[in-house]
Design a protein around this ligand. Sequence first.
Ligand SMILES: O=c1ccn([C@H]2C[C@H](O)[C@@H](CO)O2)c(=O)[nH]1
Ligand SMILES: [Zn+2]
Length: 294
Amino acid sequence: MHARFHTAFAALPENLSSALEPFLRHDDFPAMLTAADVAQVKQATGLDDDALAFALLPLAAACSVTPISHFHVGAIARGTSGNLYFGANMEFAGAPMQQTVHAEQSAVTHAWLRGETRLASITVNYTPCGHCRQFMNELTSGTELDIHLPDRDVATLGDYLPHSFGPKDLDITTLLMDKVDHGYQLDNADALTLLALDACNQSHAPYSKSYSGVALETHSGKQFAGRYAENAAFNPSLPPLQAALILLNMSGEDCLKVRRAVLVENTGALLTQDDATRATLKAIGCEEVKTVTC
Ligand SMILES: O=c1ccn([C@H]2C[C@H](O)[C@@H](CO)O2)c(=O)[nH]1
Ligand SMILES: [Zn+2]
């Protein structure tokens, strides 16, 4: 089992820990459960969907990387497929605060990067901040997304974000998690660059049309790609490096062990992720960075 789960796992009720053990046993547990896994765990424990998501929160929070706050936020996103995706907050010492990833962003992006196209609900151990409410207002689920919090009745994102500002205000109809393909191509690119290109092609940037993707290779040789996720209010946008780091972290790899990175952006775009990506990569100890335009 990955060391980060030891403490939280040991504190789970016995029937839940034995039902989860076959999944968590492996070091490369992907921090998600498929709908079939969920059905199996529910049957073994008698927990319903809601109770199971709450019971999993300590495991999700155990994935947080928080050198600044030491405050562990966990989130569980449920896709309409029935799959559950873990999320946790991530902080980067040596980089600006703006590079921080919230647990809700992590769970949402995790689901999106694994191919989910719509969320039914999100369960979090703390109330989502304003920034996260705005981030989630970009999603295909719109204001219908159910938010589950400890000691509160379930409520929708619409309840938590009245009088909201969102994509519709800017006449945007393609939402975050909608499947898109911007169709850019590159000749003679290596595998890591092609992974970043694919992420760029699936990025959500309807406001700036500045598409981007980042692919990371760890010291252990694993590769992870993240897509840029723009937001109608601009500032809550999630950069592509953060998305890649979310997937890397959820997959059990160490953010401080990135060996090389590729950023792919479209040529002539209004925005660039280049400087910010390099600065944050430098802060986490990766200086082999290539930027490619498509
Ligand atoms: O909605 C929230 C609010 C805060 N945090 C994280 C961000 C930072 O890492 C830490 C302190 O704010 O908690 C979240 O993950 N979600
Ligand atoms: Zn937040």
